[in-house]
Design a binder for this molecule. Structure first.
Ligand SMILES: [Zn+2]
Ligand SMILES: [Zn+2]
Length: 138
């Protein structure tokens, strides 16, 4: 066990996101969760480190068209930059579509709509298997 007071912010931000790799977070959400774990950190430090991690390709940034808040997700492998993601609007679970399926889909969109999609910025939103049955209350 590492002493949490000696751990670099960048390391525990990454650890936190690795531990929740099927979800994406805003800077504020990361801040709240990391503070709750007992780390002493401020928002500016999170911003700086998250920006660096994104530049290194360790995090995937998603800037929603409908909101000003960017969200970040841990990139398990660089394939995440080249395939589609499905996000559950209820529990936040993110699933990955295979490379071949993504390419088939991109081809279809291109041929039918003459539209080039950027997979890294595309989240398909809906309900996961688990949440489908309990949607009534939302
Ligand atoms: Zn992925
Ligand atoms: Zn769900």
């Amino acid at each position: 066990m590492q002493n949490k007071y000696n751990t670099k912010p960048k390391e525990y931000i990454l650890e936190y996101l690795k531990g929740h790799k099927n979800q994406r977070f805003t800077i504020k959400e990361m801040y709240d969760s990391i503070i709750a774990l007992g780390f002493d950190i401020n928002l500016a430090t999170i911003y700086r480190n998250v920006n660096n991690l994104e530049k290194e390709g360790k995090l995937l940034k998603h800037q929603g068209a409908d909101s000003k808040c960017a969200t970040y997700q841990y990139v398990e492998n660089t394939d995440c930059l080249a395939h589609f993601h499905f996000e559950c609007i209820k529990c936040g679970k993110v699933s990955h579509l295979g490379y071949k399926e993504t390419n088939d889909f991109l081809k279809l969109i291109k041929n039918k709509l003459y539209f080039t999609v950027e997979p890294q910025n595309t989240y398909i939103r809906g309900l996961c298997d688990k949440c489908k049955g309990v949607f009534i209350n939302l």
